[in-house]
Design a protein around this ligand. Structure first.
Ligand SMILES: Nc1ncnc2c1ncn2[C@@H]1O[C@H](COP(=O)(O)OP(=O)(O)OP(=O)(O)O)[C@@H](O)[C@H]1O
Ligand SMILES: [Mg+2]
Length: 214
């Protein structure tokens, strides 16, 4: 039976998840693997509709439980219709954010009960989880500066300071510590990568670990 490899990238805003995901896809394809690059929330037409409900500014004032269920409704569709079939066909699936982001943001960040998130995870996904998770770790100010710089470049605006304040430093610190706890509790699956390094060095840590897993 063919078996693929399910890799997730996690970490706060601006940590480099999307940058590394794209590089990884290209490198794995050069190495002759078939690769699916996907992201959460989203990844399938149905799950992208749920993403719109969750991420749009006026997308609704969800209770924490409703929000959690929406994330896992999207994730369940994504896993069953895209990720599992790709893995069964021997492909490598790279996913930009997955369950760990719900645990970090809704749980550690917003204070929703971690054991409820775990129960919903088991209910919707069973014991399905990534083979390998890279947690890109970066001091909060560095991550926010990177992601603001990127947004300013794409919007052509220069109101960095205003928006920086709105991004709630404390919340992002909770996120960072949450991701580190997740990694400490599942060291077999999770690799913490120092994301203050330049993109080439971050990539080489990731690539070395993946070659061991392939
Ligand atoms: N190692 C690095 N050193 C410096 N800058 C980087 C590094 N990796 C990525 N960047 C830059 O930081 C910005 C954010 O990177 P990227 O979009 O990959 O992060 P992300 O984790 O996907 O963020 P988000 O959570 O907002 O999607 C981009 O402008 C990117 O070019
Ligand atoms: Mg990204």
């Amino acid at each position: 039976m063919k078996t693929g490899l399910f890799i997730t990238l996690e970490g706060g805003e601006g940590a480099g998840k999307s940058t590394q995901s794209r590089r990884l896809k290209a490198a794995l394809e050069d190495a002759g693997r078939e690769v699916i690059l996907t992201r959460e929330p989203g990844g399938t037409p149905e799950a992208e509709k749920i993403r719109d409900l969750l991420v749009q500014r006026d997308g609704g004032n969800w209770t924490p439980m409703a929000e959690c269920l929406l994330f896992f409704a999207a994730r369940q569709m994504h896993v069953e219709t895209l990720i599992k079939p790709a893995l069964a066909a021997g492909k490598v699936v790279i996913c930009d954010r997955f369950t760990d982001s719900t645990i970090a943001y809704q749980g550690y960040g917003h204070g929703f009960d971690l054991s409820i998130i775990q129960q919903v995870a088991v209910l919707s996904l069973g014991d399905f989880k990534p083979d390998l998770t890279f947690i890109l770790d970066l001091p909060v100010t560095d991550g926010l500066a990177r992601s603001l710089k990127q947004k300013d470049v794409s919007s052509g605006k220069e109101n960095t300071e205003d928006r920086f304040e709105k991004l709630q430093h404390d919340f992002h610190e909770k996120l960072r510590q949450g991701f580190l706890k997740i990694a400490a509790e599942d060291q077999e699956r999770c690799v913490v990568v120092d994301a203050t390094q330049n993109a080439d060095d971050v990539y080489s840590v990731i690539w070395t670990r993946i070659q061991n897993a392939l």
